[in-house]
Design a protein around this ligand. Structure first.
Ligand SMILES: [Zn+2]
Length: 335
């Protein structure tokens, strides 16, 4: 689709345009923008004012057709006076058409905008969103079954998971627990990462203690599973320079907090009970749909039966959204 609109005057009062989507497309708006000076070009903003999204409600159950106004502001970075911009918009899933208008934000900065074209990329053209299912706080104690239950669900859906072990229970692991994990490591794309020895906040302890927290888990894991841990995730997602340096010095080359810093959780933690919740998850997941790689972080140690049911629904939702489930090791190998 090509729209030529030379020298259009865009203002707050201009009319909304309607765009029908061929598919669940990503839409690229291309512009030439001329600013009143090079400095001002750097500050130029365009606002997308979406009046309404027309959503297939059955498909999502979340969005309403009369979605209130949403504005997306995009900062246009350029040193130049005159430049071409591509602005990508990903409408909500299930959206069939939307009404929009584009407003130069701070009219005095933008001298002229020419809308060159609108390109729609179908879902086949764009890369699939990758998700690492990050499972926190595996312990080899009476809570183990809460984790084996999650792993069984992952196996059933044929998706991988990335599981963080707290080291100080490794020595108490039963034969059954060790065998269970060993089988998973071999066949099912389950990876284990280092989640400290005792789950202390590592940013509050001296460096020699961090050193202990790191080496003790490395040694215990190696002894039982005959593998070196290579991925690290800090308790409470809290790191400082000391933590990063110590981890790297022990060949923990990937650190969740620095390599994949943003996570989404399906759990209702604040003012909630820590159980996964499908609707809250969908809302968070869709809000972060521009992330190329997301970690979905869960703490099954806190769940009851309800939690597992909602978790299943969250997984089913992501599968429906054609997510590419992956692991840290898979990402590392393909890069
Ligand atoms: Zn933790």
């Amino acid at each position: 689709m090509l729209i030529n609109k030379n020298n259009i005057q865009l203002t707050h009062s201009s009319d909304y345009e309607e765009l029908s989507l061929k598919d669940e497309s990503e839409v690229i708006f291309s512009f030439i923008i001329e600013a009143s000076s090079p400095q001002k070009a750097k500050q130029a903003l365009l606002a997308f004012d979406f009046d309404s999204f027309n959503i297939d409600e059955k498909k999502t159950g979340v969005y309403r057709a009369d979605n209130p106004k949403i504005s997306y502001f995009r900062y246009l970075e350029t040193e130049k006076y005159l430049n071409i911009f591509d602005i990508r918009i990903t409408p909500p899933r299930g959206c069939k058409k939307f009404k929009y208008k584009i407003i130069p934000w701070g009219n005095e900065l933008v001298k002229e905008i020419r809308q060159l074209k609108i390109t729609q990329l179908s879902s086949n053209d764009r890369p699939k969103r990758k998700v690492i299912l990050k499972v926190d706080d595996l312990r080899f104690d009476e809570s183990f079954s809460k984790f084996s239950r999650v792993i069984e669900i992952c196996n059933e859906f044929k998706i991988p998971a990335s599981i963080g072990v707290i080291g100080n229970t490794l020595e108490n692991a039963s034969k059954y627990q060790i065998e269970f994990i060993k089988n998973q490591l071999g066949e099912n794309n389950i990876e284990i990462w280092h989640h400290s020895w005792s789950h202390k906040d590592l940013t509050l302890i001296p460096r020699y203690e961090i050193e202990n927290e790191v080496t003790k888990t490395l040694d215990a894991f190696k002894k039982i599973f005959d593998q070196n841990l290579t991925i690290f995730g800090a308790p409470f997602n809290k790191v400082n320079d000391n933590v990063i340096e110590v981890a790297k010095s022990h060949n923990l080359d990937i650190i969740f907090e620095t390599d994949f810093p943003r996570n989404i959780t399906p759990e209702l933690n604040k003012n909630g009970d820590g159980q996964p919740n499908l609707l809250a998850f969908i809302e968070r997941f869709e809000r972060t749909k521009d992330q190329e790689i997301s970690q979905v972080q869960i703490h099954p140690g806190r769940w009851d039966d309800r939690g597992y049911n909602e978790f299943r629904s969250c997984i089913a939702y992501m599968i429906g959204a054609e997510i590419n489930f992956t692991t840290v090791n898979n990402i590392n190998q393909t890069e």
